[in-house]
Design a protein around this ligand. Structure first.
Ligand code: TYD
Length: 208
């Protein structure tokens, strides 16, 4: 059993990495669950739609934070904890570090509120490893620009400075707790990224 959380700015390739890792784990007969935030549960999918929709009057930053934590509470109690109790691996596309990076780092939300919610809602439910797919903002914007503006969600449409603050916040978080974070260079080919992750999981004895 292991709990891995994947993080990064938009366009960093988390979803691809999760898919390729899950194929390898499944081949080894490892039972696993893939989830994502926001939107890992039925209720969460509605919260996700509410959060990502572009609108003239967007939610207040504190309301945005509360909604991400509402989604997370549902995901922790309904998906993550039950899977871990059954001895399964959990691969989560984003977890609480996203709220710290996007809402505190990006929007300037109070760390006191976010940390309080984290303690109450995530408590002991902590990943064995955080994987940061680190990508320069220029590259992220290049990847996002492949889509027309109308296809970008409320966060993807934010400016360069917003994404830069998030990247910086992720790097700060990961440097503060190097034991628990693996930083991968998201500009490398996906096969190289996967191979570095597998080596790290073996070295940490998460994968035997
Ligand atoms: P994600 O599903 O990773 O985006 P996509 O599927 O479009 O690649 O996340 C959706 C957006 O929500 C993303 O821009 C990051 C943002 N987000 C926050 O701002 N705070 C959070 O706590 C989480 C989990 C996501």
């Amino acid at each position: 059993m292991a709990f891995l959380a994947f993080e990064g700015i938009d366009g960093s390739g988390k979803t691809t990495l999760i898919q390729s890792l899950s194929k390898i784990l499944k081949k080894q007969g490892i039972p696993l669950v893939i989830t994502r935030e926001p939107g890992g549960t039925e209720v969460g999918q509605e919260i996700r739609a509410l959060l990502l929709k572009k609108r003239l009057n967007p939610p207040l930053p504190s309301v945005e934070t509360l909604l991400y934590y509402a989604d997370r509470k549902q995901n922790v109690d309904q998906v993550i904890q039950p899977a871990l109790k059954e001895g399964k691996w959990v691969l989560s596309d984003r977890y609480w570090a996203s709220t710290s990076a996007f809402q505190c780092g990006g929007r300037g939300e109070s760390e006191a509120l976010v940390n309080l919610l984290r303690e109450k809602i995530c408590g002991e439910c902590q990943p064995d490893l955080w994987i940061l797919l680190d990508l320069p903002v220029e590259q992220s914007l290049k990847r996002l620009n492949k889509f027309s503006r109308s296809h970008l969600d409320r966060f993807e449409s934010e400016d360069r400075e917003f994404h830069q603050k998030i990247r910086d916040y992720y790097l700060k978080l990961s440097h503060e707790n190097q034991e628990k974070w693996l930083i991968l260079d998201a500009t490398e080919p996906s096969s190289e990224i996967l191979s570095k992750l597998l080596t790290h999981l073996e070295r940490k004895k998460i994968l035997k």
